[in-house]
Design a protein. Sequence first.
Length: 138
Amino acid sequence: MKSYRKELWFNIPRRRGLVNITGAVQEAVDASGVQDGMVLVNAMHITASVFINDDESGLHSDYERWLEKLAPEKPYDQYAHNGYEDNADAHLKRTIMGREVVVAITGGKLDFGPWEQIFYYELDGKRKKRALIKVIGE
């Protein structure tokens, strides 16, 4: 069985931001030589998310509004976690959006349903963070 590991690095200049990483994940699959297997993609920080959905700007705006209703950023003093940092809302948002995705690889390609794309979602940006891509298979 083959195994391949790659890190993607991000420095989102705002507190929150979405990045479509589908192309980068497919490039890692290509580099791995795996034709049939699985790829894991996970955010390596507890205030970021990796998830699969449609690449549509209205949906992306909906995430922002929905998450802000569920775990509003401010006032910061509403959270027991906030002290040294003001990112308790980002931890909660990450729990909702998820840590990782696993995608099947068939014939050397990501085996997606219609419209599926992979996203990195920064929830507490303005600093360097990363996501892990791990490809395994034959």
